[in-house]
Design a protein around this ligand. Structure first.
Ligand code: FAD
Length: 487
């Protein structure tokens, strides 16, 4: 049977738009099915440089995003750890983020996500909004397509060589791959969040920073979205669940009052009344992963695959980077350059490694008895980059640890295609086992211990050490949109 499409992407958030666009850029036939009609609300407003200067450039939306007037973010301001004073990290501390790429944006997701979705349509993706997918069609051998409902209520089935589930944390079809979600034992927090119609700003040059402030029950984020709009959320332990469930708005307000560093920025500022910012919302059970991210004919990306705690704003980065990896594997398979299984092992391995770096670092970051120097050291230990500790933190917090050309802004512009081979070497080096040893540590014994620790971490998370599953390693095609084989 000749399928209707090469790829069906389920969900039009950042992950879905990225996957669909990158496959369509290779001239393939892509259907994207989105349940809602855009613009639609979503949380996850603080972006990383890797997304803004890496992924957005690949997708061809850098200028459009820059013109949208989002708040410029230079880094983060943290009241975090045992010291009472706030401290800063700046993306500019990373040597791989020269001006003007050492920045990201704080975005209204309804607007940002719509830019990506409309761009997917312009690139040739058949985008259908108001079209929820109800289930996956498979025949015991592989996934073949999906059943969905059209806006007029008609049920329809579409067939494709690959289905990519990018339908987020509410995915109805992720169970087709890798069984149930595995919920983190460590990150069991819940979040209650809303908006203010204004709010004071941190002093320049940090006025656009995300501000994260710990308090007795957890921590608060403070994200300046517009002069007249600030996103404020509390991340708290599940012990507070009943108060939050009883009256989310009252619980949200009392958390803000309990944190003087944030409440003083909001004195006399009213809560927002414009939709969709007039509601206080709650999210829980958001830190999870799947034991597998793919099966023949289907892959999971974005929140459908995994997410971990929002404090480093890694969600959209992980979603778009994972989607790019999946799209490269689809493109490589469709071109016949790499067997499907090999291509998707590459996707899964790189995606797990990126998730694992954030997961491992965040565990150290939640130790409130530490100070920023020790957080910086942990960033260096986990990321294994050959940089100062503060720069390692900036790399990690900027989404650059993978070393992938897609998220290394300084390599873009006119030069980027020409240097693809060099960059590819860098990615290849990252994929070797030796790079998993902490470069801070020269002793082989201690290095081996770290390596074993990493393998244990991988074992705990995924059931196998990640490196063990990558014999060889694929390299990027010249256009950065697919893998090719190393001979
Ligand atoms: P989504 O953005 O959820 O998109 C999925 C899409 O699929 C939606 O449009 C949905 O309508 C559609 N869909 C769902 N079901 C179906 C169906 N059956 N058929 C068709 N379509 C369907 N990330 C950051 O980067 N920065 C932050 O500051 C940040 N803060 C966060 C704070 C909290 C409290 C939480 C919980 C998360 C935060 N995140 C943050 C994470 C971020 O929200 C997600 O990682 C990101 O939105 C994932 O993108 P996605 O494309 O995978 O999914």
């Amino acid at each position: 049977m000749n399928p209707d499409y090469d790829v069906i992407v389920v969900g039009g958030g950042p992950a879905g738009s990225t996957a669909a666009t990158v496959v369509a850029m290779r001239g393939h036939r892509v259907l994207l099915l989105e349940r809602d009609t855009f613009p639609r609300y979503q949380i996850g407003e603080s972006l990383l440089p890797a997304t803004v200067h890496g992924l957005c450039r690949i997708l061809g939306v850098t200028d459009e995003v820059a013109r949208a007037g989002f708040t410029l973010k230079r880094g983060g301001t943290m009241r975090w750890g045992r010291g009472p004073e706030p401290w800063q990290f700046s993306f500019a501390s990373s040597p791989r983020l020269p001006e003007p790429t050492s920045t990201a944006f704080q975005v209204e997701r309804a607007r940002f996500d719509e830019i990506l979705l409309r761009n997917a349509h312009r690139t040739g993706v058949d985008v259908r909004e108001g079209s929820p997918v109800r289930r996956v069609v498979e025949d015991g051998e592989r996934v073949r397509g999906v059943e969905y409902t059209e806006p007029d209520g008609t049920a329809h089935t579409a067939y494709a060589r690959f289905v990519i589930d990018a339908s987020g944390n509410t995915s109805r079809i992720h169970g087709q791959v890798g069984g149930r979600r595995v919920y983190s034992d460590f990150f069991r927090n819940l979040a209650v969040f809303g908006y203010f119609a204004g709010g004071r700003r941190l002093p320049e040059p940090n006025s656009g920073n995300i501000f994260c402030a710990a308090f007795d029950n957890g921590w608060l984020w403070y994200i300046p979205l517009r002069d007249d709009l600030t996103s404020v959320g509390a991340v708290i332990s599940p012990d507070n669940a009943s108060a939050v469930q009883h009256d989310p708005r009252a619980a949200w307000q009392s958390m803000i009052q309990a944190c003087p560093e944030v409440s003083r920025l909001l004195v006399d500022v009213p809560a927002a009344t414009e939709p969709p910012y007039d509601r206080v919302r709650v999210r829980k059970d958001y830190s999870y992963w799947k034991n597998s991210f793919w099966q023949p004919g289907m892959a999971l990306v974005g929140d459908a695959a995994c997410f971990v705690d929002p404090v480093l704003s890694s969600g959209v980065h992980l979603a778009t980077y994972g989607a790019l990896l999946a799209a490269r594997s689809v493109n490589a398979s469709l071109a016949g350059d790499v067997p499907e299984e090999r291509a998707f092992v590459e996707f899964q391995t790189r995606y797990r490694r990126e998730y694992g770096v954030f997961y491992e670092f965040l565990m150290a970051f939640y130790d409130m008895q530490s100070d920023e120097r020790s957080y910086f050291w942990s960033a260096k230990k986990v990321s294994k980059v050959d940089l100062t500790e503060a720069a390692a933190f900036a790399e990690l917090a900027g989404g650059l640890v993978s070393g992938d050309m897609a998220v290394r802004p300084e390599q873009f512009g006119e030069r980027w295609r020409a240097v693809a081979d060099d960059l590819d070497g860098a990615v290849g080096r990252l994929a070797t086992a030796d790079d998993r040893v902490n470069p801070l540590v020269t002793s082989q014994v201690v290095g081996e211990t770290f390596r074993a620790g990493n393998d244990l971490q991988d074992l705990a998370l995924y059931g196998v050490p990640v490196e063990a599953s990558v014999p060889g390693g694929l390299v990027l095609a010249k256009d950065g949109l697919a893998w090719t084989r190393v001979d």
